[in-house]
Ligand binder design. Sequence first.
Ligand code: SAH
Length: 206
Amino acid sequence: MNVMQTRMIEEQLIARGVTNREVIRAFFHVPRHLFVREQDQFYAYDDCPLPIGFQQTISQPYIVALMIEGLKLKPTDRVLEIGTGSGYQTAILAALAKEVFTIERIPQLLEHAKEVLAYTGVKNAIFKLGNGYDGWKDHAPYDAIIVSAATNELPTNLLEELKVGGNMVVPSGGMFTQKLLLIHKGEDDYTQKVLCDCRFVPMIHD
Ligand code: SAH
């Protein structure tokens, strides 16, 4: 842990209302500078997304915290993540849940994330190269689902793989205006809440 990491957690997360102690603890546990490109390490704890290559970005720390806090994870939970990217969010999830099943469509990003996660001691992440829009049936249903790329239509395949009583966070909208949605799956319906405006890279349908 370093001074910049502590400042990030205090100024960007706690000061803005992130209260879940376990989530805050997970952010202390994961060194963000290891998940960005070498030339960006100095900016790793800044209040913004950063490029990770292939026109993709590592999400802003506050957005990662808001999304994960919304999931209300328990240590026994199995989580599905769409868009592994840098693997940073995967590491935070892995610190809070039992298992993280994570799907990424860009092979180089997936391989790199695997390496960094192994290096940082994460053992409960399971990886898949492919189109996350289709979900991952083999391990369904999931206690929670987190989507890190924006889509115009609600991904119904993913909702089907969510347990009743589970939560899913997904950025919804086009290139420029998006809302971060928190969806709760009930017995026979869904409730939906807008967490904030956001701007994610688009979810690609292969
Ligand atoms: N949480 C990640 C976010 C990375 S950006 C991080 O903080 O690093 C979003 C990622 O979603 C990109 O790596 C992109 O390649 C991936 N992605 C986009 N569409 C996808 C799809 N249909 N299936 C799987 N991954 C997808």
